[in-house]
Design a protein around this ligand. Structure first.
Ligand code: AMP
Ligand code: MG
Length: 191
């Protein structure tokens, strides 16, 4: 309900704790940048819990994205894809692409399911702080300003792998638990 009302909620994912807002509400998303003191040039990742929801975020879903989703979603992989024109430019820092991920953590999935809208969420720390892997880390950063859903310690403990998808080609933008080798294996096998 807090998210529906435009509030922020910290929640567990398998990578790190995220600071979530309704991705479809400009006012809610603006609160993330304000409380984190995150510069507006740093785009947010949008989180979905089923593939149907991607239609609210992206404008193109090439076969390569589908192969990668089949192999790595839900999981610690973010795909950068062409954004829907209507998606709030604050999320993407004005870029025409958006980072999209389906997390595996059961609490994250339930939360997104219950909301029914995608969640824009960076790591739940102040800008330049270390990404939180427990609810205590989040409370240490934000005190009572943000409610925290405690899902225990994060299993992966580092941020998601970020990969840009351009048609049938991929480019690694940020290393993570899913490796470039694993991504290339799927890419080589497409079609
Ligand atoms: P995080 O701070 O873990 O929420 O991850 C956000 C990071 O994902 C950004 O700092 C970028 O490095 C990357 N990212 C998100 N969206 C995009 C995008 N559209 N293009 C390139 N990188 C992106
Ligand atoms: Mg971060």
């Amino acid at each position: 309900q807090h998210l529906r009302d435009g509030g922020l909620v910290a929640f567990p994912t398998e990578t790190v704790y995220g600071l979530a807002a309704n991705a479809l509400s400009e006012e809610a998303v603006a609160k993330i940048f304000a409380i984190k003191k995150r510069p507006a040039f740093d785009p947010l990742i949008v989180h979905i819990s089923d593939l149907e929801q991607k239609k609210q975020v992206i404008s193109d879903w090439p076969p390569l994205a589908d192969y990668l989703a089949q192999r790595f979603w839900p999981g610690p992989l973010t795909m950068v894809l062409p954004k829907l024109a209507s998606l709030n430019p604050l999320i993407t820092a004005g870029l025409d692409t958006v980072g999209l991920r389906m997390p595996a953590h059961p609490v994250a999935r339930q939360l997104i399911d219950k909301c029914g809208f995608p969640l824009a969420a960076p790591s739940a720390n102040k800008f330049t702080g270390i990404s939180p892997t427990t609810a205590e880390h989040v409370r240490a950063a934000f005190g009572d300003a943000v409610p925290v859903i405690d899902g225990g310690p994060c299993q992966v403990g580092i941020e998601s792998t970020v990969v840009a998808i351009d048609g049938d080609r991929l480019t690694l933008l940020r290393p993570g638990m899913v490796t470039l080798g694993e991504l290339e294996q799927v890419s080589a096998g497409q079609g």
